[in-house]
Ligand binder design. Structure first.
Ligand SMILES: NC(=O)c1ccc[n+]([C@@H]2O[C@H](COP(=O)([O-])OP(=O)(O)OC[C@H]3O[C@@H](n4cnc5c(N)ncnc54)[C@H](OP(=O)(O)O)[C@@H]3O)[C@@H](O)[C@H]2O)c1
Length: 257
């Protein structure tokens, strides 16, 4: 069945891989992100793509983008709030401005877009809304204070939303990847807002985007509310929940890069 699928952060990494994985003759993929050229490159590999540049930290831009999607397509089947920025700086060395920037993109960007796009699901009272959290949305980790906070916040908001939508068929899922091999560590912000610009060893050894995307597609198909994706690092989510002392023991010793 043909679907209208909107993916943010679609010009690279997990978002790009999601766009390619959902590419069929029937589906239309709306590609958003700040860099138009990156979105256009992805679009060249898709059958039906709609390039819609968007900075999710800009509320007016979100309102305009949702109006454009509404006028062009009338409804949405899947919204994947994948856009995000990571952090590689000590809490004490991160400016408030950078902290706010991380919250604006990772938390407010996701929830503002979901809220604005919700009416596009209400015609059918069906569809899937996906929020990209992180393993760092389930536990704190060195050099990721604001990143972890922004991802933790998503859980509270989206769980509430899913409960408020209980009388509809709108499915809400929060995704918690561990380490996936993308450029996220290169694009991560240092305390002064500069790019970290380094591929972390942990990232380099991460799970492939293809494996990550398969798990996300399975989660959407089977209407999971929360999924964990990655290698051994995902165990930390369970340690934190069932053996917090073990979580702290390991987290103090594992390399944050
Ligand atoms: N890779 C991992 O290990 C991992 C682990 C846990 C969670 N995640 C989450 O997965 C998501 C995708 O990350 P990735 O690994 O694929 O890294 P990535 O390649 O750096 O992708 C991040 C994407 O977000 C977009 N973006 C950043 N700021 C934006 C803004 N203000 N407005 C719109 N788009 C924006 C970027 O595009 P533009 O620069 O063109 O805007 C980029 O395409 C993120 O939410 C990340 O937190 C990743």
């Amino acid at each position: 069945m043909s679907k209208i699928i909107w993916i943010t952060g679609a010009g690279s990494g997990i978002g790009k891989a999601l766009a390619l994985a959902y590419n069929t003759h029937d589906n239309t993929i709306i590609l958003s992100g700040r860099k138009r050229h990156a979105l256009e490159e992805v679009a060249q590999n898709l059958t039906n793509a709609y390039v819609l540049p968007l900075d999710v930290s800009d509320e007016q831009a979100i309102a305009n983008a949702v109006t454009e999607v509404s006028e062009t397509f009338g409804h949405l089947d899947i919204l994947i709030n994948n856009a995000g920025v990571s952090q590689r700086s000590l809490a004490s060395e991160t400016t408030n401005e950078v902290g706010r920037q991380l919250m604006e993109v990772n938390f407010f960007g996701s929830v503002h877009l979901t809220k604005a796009a919700l009416p596009l699901f209400m015609h059918k009272k069906a569809g899937s809304i996906v929020a990209m959290s992180s393993a760092a949305g389930k536990f704190g980790f060195p050099l990721r204070s604001y990143y972890a906070a922004s991802k933790h916040a998503l859980h509270g908001w989206y769980e509430t939303l899913s409960l408020e939508l209980k009388d509809t068929d709108i499915h809400v899922m929060v995704v918690c990847p561990g380490r996936i091999k993308t450029d996220i560590s290169k694009n991560a912000l240092l305390g002064d807002g500069a790019a970290h610009a380094q591929m972390d060893l942990g990232q380099e050894k991460g799970v492939s985007v293809e494996k990550c995307v398969k798990a996300i597609q399975r989660g959407i198909r089977t209407r999971k509310s929360e999924i964990y994706i990655g290698g051994g690092e995902v165990l930390m989510i369970y340690f934190k929940r069932y053996a917090p002392w073990l979580f702290r023991f390991i987290a103090k010793r594992v390399s944050a890069k």
